[in-house]
Design a protein around this ligand. Structure first.
Ligand SMILES: [Zn+2]
Length: 205
């Protein structure tokens, strides 16, 4: 292929997407170029709209339209009040937990871990989690971070941030495979990790 800067740049960007390397990025770019009107045009328009209108909620960490206030809509059932918040690293973790049907309650999406590259503690919405726990009279915080060093460091940091509140803090059971990321667990493992979650602090039940 001759070197065309625009194409090289597009291949470089697409190969940064999860699961794609330079080879599949090239295939995607060729497909796009051959489908200018069916793909490139609507893609450019939709990407611009998403960039302009959608962002991560600074309260619960979910994705939302900029025009609406946070309503914890990631918790789906409107008007339902829960006493539990499940803290996860990413939205894909929330989706896995939801599809396993083991948990009914609010979610709080950190957007990474303390040690993720370039991740600042302030970006992880931990202060906002503490505020939500107080405001929504939460009784249990379930730490569902990955069984990686980063995930566990983050869980410990959150536990410490919540220590002055009289709530139950639990962590998914040890049965999680080491290095296991929540989103990649099968339903059975996830259900058992929730059922056997362990209590981390000594406050009221
Ligand atoms: Zn929100």
């Amino acid at each position: 292929m001759q070197n065309i800067n625009e194409i090289d740049e597009l291949i470089r960007l697409i190969s940064k997407l999860p699961g794609l390397g330079p080879k599949s990025a090239k295939r995607i770019v060729l497909k796009l170029i051959n489908s200018r009107d069916e793909l490139i045009k609507p893609l450019v328009k939709t990407l611009a709209e998403v960039y302009k209108n959608i962002s991560r909620c600074k309260i619960c960490g979910s994705l939302k339209a900029n025009s609406i206030e946070c309503d914890y809509s990631n918790c789906k059932i409107i008007g339902k009040k829960y006493e539990k918040i499940c803290v996860v690293e990413n939205i894909s973790d929330q989706w896995s937990i939801e599809s396993s049907n083991i948990y009914k309650g609010y979610f709080h999406i950190l957007g990474g871990t303390i040690s993720s590259a370039g991740q600042k503690k302030e970006d992880l919405l931990i202060n906002s989690l503490v505020e939500r726990v107080k405001k929504d009279k939460i009784e249990e915080v379930i730490l569902a971070t990955s069984a990686t060093v980063e995930g566990q460091t983050t869980a410990y940091y959150i536990q410490d941030s919540l220590k002055n509140l009289n709530i139950k803090i639990t962590k998914l059971a040890q049965g999680l495979p080491v290095g296991g990321e929540i989103e990649s667990l099968d339903d059975g493992t996830l259900i058992s990790a929730f059922k056997n979650r362990s209590k981390l602090n000594s406050s009221s039940d």
